[in-house]
Design a protein around this ligand. Structure first.
Ligand code: GLU
Length: 218
């Protein structure tokens, strides 16, 4: 299980994420990535290797105005370390981006169901299945938060999840079960992280999520 950091507020989210991910480097990782809400959709940037590789990609196309975003450092459990398996993972519609620490035990069965429904996959990870399943439930019921509830009932395993959706550009969604995840509260800004070291510079007002909890930060 590796690192998660997410931000929603008024500041340039890219700086907050890269600083937070640096603080989580000590845990070890094989790739890193970020997802931003931008006008008209989401943008995901990922790179195998050290954070410097991600920073290099971001420098080519900076996202200076994004204020809702999340970042991840991956320690591969399902699929080799490469750009395609790095998080965040897009859903099919690219309307949802998702990061995950942990392991989804029933991902093969869920993936088969989604393949039958016509979904295609761009990675070998268990995590992409979660992003696609949320996309499926959301398109089925039209209510994102109902879709989240259905998702959390369907997946078995350990997870700390961070999610952004283009339809809710100022919301950061978090859920946990058997993997650490905490919320940080600032002045006009809020955070999620898998480890307090990523947030300590920004806030001391922190709540540790319990298993089975879902949080929506705005
Ligand atoms: N199981 C996921 C993967 O292999 C998440 C690994 C992690 O916790 O970093 O992509």
């Amino acid at each position: 299980m590796c690192g998660i950091v997410g931000y929603v507020g008024k500041r340039n989210a890219q700086d907050v994420l890269l600083d937070g991910l640096e603080k989580l480097e000590y845990r070890g990782y094989d790739s890193a990535g970020v997802a931003f809400v931008r006008q008209g959709g989401l943008r995901v940037v990922r790179a195998k290797g050290k954070l410097a590789a991600l920073e290099e990609k971001l420098a080519q196309e900076p996202v200076s105005t994004a204020t809702c975003a999340m970042g991840h450092t991956r320690w591969a459990t399902h699929g080799v370390p490469n750009d395609a398996n790095a998080h965040p993972h897009y859903s099919e519609s690219e309307n949802i981006a998702l990061i995950h620490n942990g392991i989804i035990e029933n991902f093969i069965a869920l993936k088969e169901e989604l393949l039958q429904k016509g979904y295609t996959f761009r990675s070998e990870t268990d995590t992409e299945v979660v992003a696609q399943l949320l996309d499926y439930y959301y398109s089925d019921c039209g209510d994102f938060f109902e879709a989240m509830n259905r998702l959390l009932h369907a997946v078995d395993g350990a997870y700390a999840l961070g999610i952004i959706c283009a339809d809710y550009p100022d919301r950061l969604v978090a859920a946990r079960k058997d993997a650490p995840l905490l919320l940080g509260f600032g002045d006009g800004e809020n955070f999620i992280a898998s480890d307090v070291t990523a947030l300590i510079r920004h806030t001391r007002d922190i709540a540790y999520m319990d298993d089975g909890e879902l949080a929506i930060l705005s």
